[in-house]
Design a protein around this ligand. Structure first.
Ligand code: AMP
Ligand code: MG
Length: 534
């Protein structure tokens, strides 16, 4: 059942049930003893719709015709409000790059309220880039088109890949110019301003709990934990000490599941600060993220992180655990016992390890995971992928095309055996005899292993192609969409949105988007490296 905009029903639990900052004025400040401050979006010069997600419209029960209305554009660029909306910015803190940063808060996000759809689900609507709030510190509360295209497309791409994520309803241009120094090198320029309307059951982050804990405000901490359990984890029952422990354990599990998905599809978040960790285990805050193209476990897309590479691909599982330790420290005053929290942190490690091996086995088309010998097969493969620039996404799709039950493979030479994988290599000329031999040797072991499985070739291929995407939002693809959008041509944004709705399907008209990153994109800003400036 869908409705038009005026028919949307709101039940703003976060706003109504948690303590508010009593100060109504919008100026930068420290906010104590409150979970949020009221803040209104700033009106913009000439709002224009760039794109919307029909799936997210359906999620909140909005009919598609309404998405094409002027009211929709005005609403989701922050130029008007609906009856029932209550606008606010959340107060939270966080560890940034390992250091406690104190109060952060929604510096450029304004929540509009919680829509209740016909299934009774609550979906919080949030505008990103709609102007300053009390938490904007020294910044302007705005966002540019470049980063907004990236957030809009990636949120939806991740959803269709099956990765837990916040969603994006709309992308609008504001008609205002925003000044940004993209590489912090003094070359500031004007860029088009934009707003993304994000949608999630809630936007609560680890940092929401950390801030009251850091201030010794246990009463506020308890209020927020109880509220979160009642609204987002109702199956855990009435909040009490054992419920808090069950809740923390579930957060550990959800976080492990999210990270396993990131590792499966080759997503690198880039800024895994504790204020960017959702309590629901959703991927949140798409900034200088990137997609692994050639398999390099040490890769980070974020130029700010280039020194320590804290947020590199292979480090994401440990960083998530480090962040969970910070959350455990924050909620400790409600539990007063370290041992059960430590047990949940150990549980995170178990969940991750077990889940990661199972996920990797499924990427190889193995259904009955065989423990140690499969572990070895997986780690040998990951060593191989590092030997020469190998596109991870293409490699797994091409591996699925090898019919391991074909008896002639046993006699095939190294070169013949790896021929189906050649497209995955960025520099086929760099394939030395030794790399070819090691790869072929691994393929023989893999083929033997696959033959133990009951599945026939089409079944194995189907399984592999359901976990190994054909299309991901390669960094250069988002950049092409941005280049065009900056010239007011939104066709690539729309094309990619459509393409990425079916990332696992062969889309014969769209083969170009399944190819390796082109050479021109190797070192271009936005394609291989990104800054936090957005
Ligand atoms: P991030 O790491 O990008 O998620 O942001 C860290 C903090 O900076 C959060 O409190 C954001 O709300 C805030 N922030 C980032 N960009 C801006 C901006 N342009 N204006 C105001 N606050 C911002
Ligand atoms: Mg953030």
């Amino acid at each position: 059942m869908t409705t038009n905009l005026d028919g949307l029903q709101f039940d703003n639990r976060f706003f109504n049930e948690l303590p508010a900052d009593p100060e109504p004025e919008n100026f930068r400040r420290q906010v104590e003893a409150a979970c949020y401050s009221t803040a209104k979006p700033t009106a913009t010069r000439s709002p224009q719709l760039v794109a919307y997600s029909k799936e997210v419209a359906a999620l909140i029960g909005l009919d598609e015709k309404s998405c094409q209305s002027e009211q929709f554009t005005k609403l989701f660029s922050g130029n008007t409000l609906l009856d029932g909306m209550q606008t606010y910015a959340q107060c939270y803190g966080g560890h940034q790059f390992g250091n406690w940063a104190g109060q952060l808060g929604d510096g450029r996000a304004i929540n509009l309220g919680e829509v209740v759809n016909s299934q009774g689900e609550h979906w919080t609507l949030q505008l990103k880039g709609a102007g300053p709030t009390p938490y904007s510190r020294s910044a302007d509360g705005l966002a540019v088109l470049r980063s907004s295209v990236r957030e809009f497309l990636c949120s939806e791409a991740m959803f269709h890949l099956g990765v837990p994520t916040t969603r994006a309803l709309s992308l609008t241009l504001t008609g205002d110019q925003v000044v940004r120094d993209m590489f912090y090198d003094g070359r500031a320029k004007q860029e088009p301003g934009a707003v993304v309307c994000r949608v999630a059951p809630s936007f609560t982050r680890f940092g929401n709990f950390q801030l009251p804990a850091s201030r010794g405000d246990t009463a506020l901490l308890k209020q927020l934990v109880d509220f979160t359990i009642r609204s987002d984890f109702p199956h855990l029952g009435e909040p009490n000490k054992s419920c808090y422990l069950a809740w923390f354990k579930e957060v550990c599990q959800k976080t492990a599941e999210m990270i396993i998905h990131w590792q499966r599809v080759g997503f690198v978040h880039g800024v895994m600060n504790t204020d960017n960790m959702s309590i629901l285990g959703l991927t949140i805050d798409y900034g200088p993220y990137g997609w692994l193209e050639d398999y390099d476990p040490d890769w980070t897309p974020n130029t700010t992180d280039a020194g320590g590479r804290r947020y590199r691909f292979s480090h994401q599982p440990q960083i998530a655990q480090w962040n969970l330790v910070q959350l455990a420290n924050a909620i400790y005053p409600l539990i007063d016992e370290a041992e059960p929290l430590q047990a949940s942190l150990a549980f995170y490690v178990d969940c991750f390890d077990r889940g990661w091996y199972e996920m990797m086995a499924s990427k190889l088309g193995l259904t009955a995971y065989q423990g140690e010998s499969d572990k070895q097969l997986i780690s040998e493969l990951l060593e191989l992928l590092k030997l020469t620039e190998t596109d991870m996404t293409i490699f797994f799709r091409k591996l699925a095309d090898i019919d391991c039950l074909d008896p002639s493979l046993a006699q095939a030479s190294g070169k013949q055996l790896i021929a189906p994988l050649l497209e995955a290599y960025y520099q086929p000329d760099a394939l030395t005899d030794s790399i070819i031999e090691s790869t072929a040797a691994w393929l023989h072991r893999y083929i033997d292993r696959v033959r133990v499985e009951k599945a026939d070739y089409p079944a194995r291929r189907k399984l592999m192609n359901s976990v190994n995407p054909k299309y991901v939002l390669r960094n250069y693809m988002a950049q092409l969409a941005i280049d065009k959008a900056e010239q007011e041509d939104f066709s690539v944004v729309t094309e990619l949105l459509e393409l990425l709705r079916h990332p696992y399907d062969d889309q014969p008209e769209q083969e170009q988007w399944a190819a390796k990153r082109p050479d021109w994109a190797r070192d271009r800003a936005g394609c291989s490296m990104l800054s936090c400036s957005s």
